[in-house]
Structure formats: structure tokens, C-alpha cells
Design a protein around this ligand. Structure first.
Ligand SMILES: [Zn+2]
Length: 423
């Protein structure tokens, strides 16, 4: 019943809060680890461990650990306490309970507090077990093989408080296997560069495509390290750039014409979501409503201009043919640069700086699309963690959850008990 080979159950008693199981080893004849002479029993000490919950209650194992003594006078081993591979000397959890903590917190992104309450141990005990069982899985060289398409994406680690600004991290993703390779602290060129410097040259040589958002810091971090790889500007971020430009212009015009930030009844505020919707998804009445809002709230047609700019950025991705995309992008860049609205002009200049990378999407098909999906997984880990103070824990839990870890096989699946069919 215990499922621990080499042990027997002496007694089981229960309380409303837990199940207490007294156990001992079955070893009767033990040799001294120093000299091999048969050892003599030398009393017992009761040591308590937490095991997996049994029958709906946390289980406490009380192991009457034997002490042994060597009878050989010249031997240096005088006395010792027995041990078992099922128990760790440093941890109050049995190894199988520790492995389960790692699976629940790591693979299933469950909060540590939840596991701690379920087992009846403290937070640090659970987190120690996650580290003990999880770190080897994350460090396993088999976890990430050769990557041909690398995604680099910024993610926030800690949101701003009164003591520090928002702290960022950089996620590195295998775009083909859709797993997080690593998470590094910071989002600067040096942060990315020093990570790349730590990778084996032959691994870097195998990377064919790198997709990033439009951050100059990442471009600088890649320079000189992945020059052979094709750089791609991630479409999602390019389109978002157009959306942000439109939002900026709308807010400024709103402020200039009405003297305050957007309110529920303001014409531009009311159409803010309609304007961000792609034209192909805008139906007749929606389009009418948007144009009416623009006539009412946009006297100098600045917002209209930004809307057209945003649409022309999106059009680049509607074209399948690389030559068409190039033509559309060049028209967009030219049009935006010539635009007297400062925000639109700035959009044009940014697009111009990333022209090659934007067009590379059409020739390689690469995008950080998978990364955006992984960002959702990262958010799940962050919610479970309620903010991480330790970057090492943050990284470990993201990699356990989304890093393509080879989880050790549990026991084989139990035979199924059929549902009783209704009469
Ligand atoms: Zn001995």
C-alpha cells in the first residue's frame, strides 16, 4: 500500500487533518559501509516526512530510522543512520512528493502556496523541491536541440513600483518547436549579446532566421553574432506600430480640440476601437459610424491620415507576393515620411529603418506568432506566481512550463473503471 520498496507499515492512525503512517525498513542484516563487518542495531530515531496525500488527506510518514554501530574496533565508521533513495536528507518531502510539487508548479503552473497548503508544508519547502527536481530538467542539454528559427521577444518581469521602474526580460524561442529556449534578465543589446556569446559557435551557425520586434537594442545585440541569419521584423509588432501611431494622433487631437482626455461621449473616443479594426472586418454601419466620428472630431483630418497610414501598414501583409509587398511598403514609407503629422512622419522613418527586416517576412514566412502564444503561457506563470522577486525562480518556472522539458515518466496509467451506464 505504501509503494516504497524496502519499507513496511507498522501502524496507521488518522486525525481529521492528516493520516499518520509509521514505517520502518525491512533490513535486518546490514554491513558496515566502512569495513563490511555485520553491524549491530543501535537504537532508532523517529524522523517525519510529508508524502503525497492519501485518501484525501495529507500524509505524514514517521520513519523509525535505525542507527547502526560497527563492532570492528579498528574501523572508523562508529555509528551511522540508515537512509533511502526515496527520501532526501535535506528535505521534509519524500522524493515522490517533491517530484509532484515540481510537476504541479512547473508543468501545470499552479501556485506554490496552493501546493504548500495541500501537502501541509511551508512555501519554501515546496519551492526548494521545485528547484531540486526542476533544475536538472531545465539544464538537460537534450531539452533544446539545434534551432533554425530563433524568436527574440521582450516580456515584462516586474511591473513598476515606487522603488523601481518596470523591469523587462527577454524570451528566446525556438519558433519551429514552439518552446522557450531561455529567459534572460533585461532587454538591452548587452543582455542579448552576452547570452549569444555563451552559446556554442556551431549552434549559432545553425540558426538561419531570427525574428524580433522593432527594438534597436535587439538589432544591436544580434550584430556581429548572428550576421549570417536572415533578420525578420515580426508582423505583429509592425502592425502594432501603426496602431500605436493612430492612438497617439487621436489622443493629441482629442486633447487639442476638446482640452481634455477622451471621455465616453467624445466623437473620437467613441470610434477608437472601430478605427483599430481592419477595414476588411468593418461592416457598413461601422464604417459609417467611424467616418461620422472623424467628421465630428477631426477638423484637420490628422486622425484620418493616421488611420490611412495604419491601414497601409496592414496592407503590406495582405499581399502574398514579395514584389507586391515591397511596392506597398515603399509607398507606405514614402507617404508617411511626407506626411506633415509628426507621429505619422516618425512611423515612416521607423518603417524605413526596418524595411529589409519587414520584407524578409514575405520571403521566409517567419514570424513571432508562436512567441505571442508563448507569452500567454508566461502570463499564466506570472499570475500563478503573484509577482516574482527572484529572477531565477521566474526563469525556472517559465522554462518548466513552456520550455519543452522532457518530464520523467510517472507510473503507467491506471486501468480505467467504466462509468456505470444509466438504466
Ligand atoms: Zn566498520
Amino acid at each position: 500500500m505504501l509503494g516504497l520498496p524496502g519499507f513496511r507499515v507498522l501502524d496507521v492512525h488518522e486525525s481529521p487533518t492528516e493520516l499518520v503512517i509509521e514505517i520502518e525498513t525491512i533490513a535486518e542484516l546490514v554491513g558496515c559501509p566502512g569495513c563490511g563487518v555485520v553491524a549491530r542495531a543501535h537504537g532508532r530515531t523517529a524522523v517525519e516526512y510529508r508524502d503525497l496525500a492519501a485518501f484525501g488527506r495529507p500524509a505524514r510518514l514517521v520513519w523509525g530510522k535505525r542507527r547502526w554501530r560497527c563492532e570492528e574496533p579498528r574501523c572508523e565508521e562508529i555509528t551511522w543512520t540508515e537512509s533511502s533513495p526515496a527520501f532526501s536528507a535535506r528535505c521534509v518531502l519524500t522524493n515522490r512528493a517533491g517530484a509532484e510539487c515540481c510537476r504541479q508548479v512547473g508543468r501545470n503552473a499552479r501556485p506554490v502556496t496552493q501546493m504548500a497548503a495541500e501537502l501541509g508544508v511551508c512555501w519554501d519547502t515546496v519551492m526548494d523541491a521545485v528547484r531540486e527536481h526542476g533544475e536538472p530538467l531545465v539544464d538537460d542539454p537534450e531539452r533544446v536541440g539545434q534551432v533554425t528559427a530563433l524568436g527574440v521577444d521582450e516580456t515584462s518581469w516586474l511591473t513598476a513600483t515606487k522603488d523601481h521602474p518596470t523591469l523587462f526580460a527577454t524570451g528566446l524561442v525556438d519558433l519551429q518547436a514552439k518552446v522557450v529556449i531561455d529567459v534572460i534578465r533585461g532587454n538591452s543589446a548587452t543582455d542579448l549579446g552576452s547570452w549569444l556569446d555563451r552559446q556554442p559557435p556551431e549552434w549559432l551557425a545553425g540558426v538561419r532566421v531570427v525574428a524580433t520586434d522593432l527594438a534597436e537594442s535587439y538589432r544591436a545585440g544580434l550584430d556581429g553574432r548572428l550576421d549570417h541569419a536572415i533578420r525578420v521584423a515580426d508582423p505583429f509588432h509592425v502592425v502594432r506600430l501603426g496602431n500605436r501611431c493612430l492612438d497617439q494622433v487621436r489622443r493629441r487631437v482629442q486633447n487639442q480640440t476638446l482640452g481634455h482626455r477622451g471621455r465616453k461621449k467624445d466623437p473620437l473616443y467613441r470610434i477608437r476601437k472601430l478605427m483599430l479594426t481592419g477595414t476588411e472586418r468593418l461592416e457598413g454601419p461601422g464604417l459609417e459610424r467611424m467616418l461620422l466620428g472623424l467628421r465630428l472630431g477631426d477638423p484637420d483630418q490628422e486622425v484620418l491620415g493616421a488611420w490611412l497610414a495604419k491601414e497601409s501598414v496592414r496592407d503590406v501583409y495582405l499581399a502574398d507576393d514579395p514584389a507586391d509587398a515591397e511596392l506597398l511598403l515603399d509607398k507606405t514609407i514614402e507617404g508617411c515620411r511626407a506626411d506633415p503629422v509628426p507621429e505619422v512622419g516618425s512611423l515612416g522613418r521607423t518603417l524605413g529603418r526596418w524595411r529589409t527586416e519587414i520584407l524578409n517576412h514575405h520571403t521566409t514566412g517567419a514570424s513571432n506568432g508562436p512567441t505571442e502564444g508563448l507569452n500567454l503561457l508566461i502570463k499564466k506563470v506570472k499570475r500563478a506566481g503573484h509577482g516574482f522577486r527572484s529572477f531565477a525562480n521566474y526563469r525556472l518556472r517559465i522554462l518548466l512550463h513552456a520550455g519543452g522539458v522532457n518530464w520523467p515518466a510517472q507510473r503507467p496509467p491506471a486501468p480505467r473503471i467504466r462509468t456505470r451506464s444509466p438504466r
